[in-house]
Design a protein around this ligand. Structure first.
Ligand SMILES: C[S@@+](CC[C@H](N)C(=O)[O-])C[C@H]1O[C@@H](n2cnc3c(N)ncnc32)[C@H](O)[C@@H]1O
Length: 277
């Protein structure tokens, strides 16, 4: 088979295979998104007036600070409201009712953390679900969502809360109509939902928020992009900020070496939800 340039980008692929392990990241996670990453790398190589990926390797070996720039270029920021639709059915029908009952019994709020929240699609999905479906069934229940990301640009967009139509394509039309208003070509989340989520700039490799949490979303980040060793270390740390019986949600296409993280058991394999034992 003849590979077109679109399918094969050997210099960039070779560079990524060399650079990613040095950054504690996995090539497997980047395969699907390499087009986007290669584009950013080429732009940077041009900016530096360098001729090739090989020369960029040499540059990285000489300029230690450049690794931080490379790290930023490796960020994948794709997200959607109610991504992995079926897992949201489990969250709505099983997880949220259960943890809300427990929280009410103990007179405390339900606490959620969305790690690697991109422009807010995930934590805002949770806020919408809470306000529209859970709160009416559990009057008086309290709810807190903390959302963290290491990319300040994404957090700025999250706070603004305006999205293109494609970001909302998995949402039920009636929920979309209630929670958003159309402003020009953007769907903007109403203030009453936006104020339910707090955002913080945090690199999950270096720090975690204070727990304990009842639900942790760690989707399409640690298990997908980081090396196995780093992922195990971070998941162990995450388990320490999770309440006993709380839930950890991963992306549909991620796997976690849960047998190496004793504190975590499988809750629902089909939708990749784990429980803190
Ligand atoms: C692919 S998006 C996933 C968004 C959302 N969790 C989802 O599944 O739809 C990954 C997000 O993780 C963020 N990220 C990457 N490295 C990070 C790190 N070390 N600490 C915190 N966030 C990080 C990126 O900026 C990006 O917004």
């Amino acid at each position: 088979m003849i590979m077109t340039a679109k399918h094969s980008d050997k210099p960039c692929d070779d560079f990524l295979k060399w650079a990613l392990p040095r950054m504690d990241m996995r090539w497997e996670g980047f395969r699907k998104v390499r087009g986007q990453v290669c584009k950013r790398l080429r732009r940077r190589i041009n900016e530096l007036g360098i001729n090739s990926f090989n020369d960029y390797k040499l540059y990285l070996l000489e300029e230690n600070d450049e690794w931080q720039v490379a790290d930023q270029m490796m960020r994948i920021t794709i997200s959607r409201f109610f991504r992995d639709k079926y897992s949201w059915t489990v969250i709505e029908n099983q997880i949220l009712p259960e943890i809300t009952t427990r929280a009410l019994e103990n007179k405390r709020p339900v606490r959620c953390w969305s790690a690697g929240c991109a422009s807010g699609e995930e934590p805002y999905s949770l806020a919408i679900l809470w306000k529209e479906k859970i709160l009416p069934a559990f009057p008086g229940a309290r709810f807190e969502v903390l959302a963290t990301d290491s990319d300040p640009f994404m957090l700025k967009r999250a706070v603004q809360g305006c999205y293109i139509h494609g970001s909302l394509k998995e949402m039920l039309p009636e929920l979309k109509e209630r929670a958003f208003s159309l402003e020009g070509s953007f769907w903007c989340l109403k203030e009453e939902y936006r104020r339910m989520v707090s955002f913080e700039l945090q690199d999950i490799r270096k720090e975690l928020p204070d727990g304990p949490f009842d639900i942790v979303f760690c989707k399409n980040l640690v298990a997908m992009y980081f090396s196995k060793e780093m992922a195990i270390r971070i998941f162990r740390e995450i388990s320490e900020v999770m309440r006993t019986g709380s839930y950890l949600l991963l992306g549909n296409h991620e796997t976690i070496a849960h047998e190496e993280i004793e504190e975590i058991d499988i809750y629902n394999r089909g939708v990749n939800i784990y429980v803190r034992n």
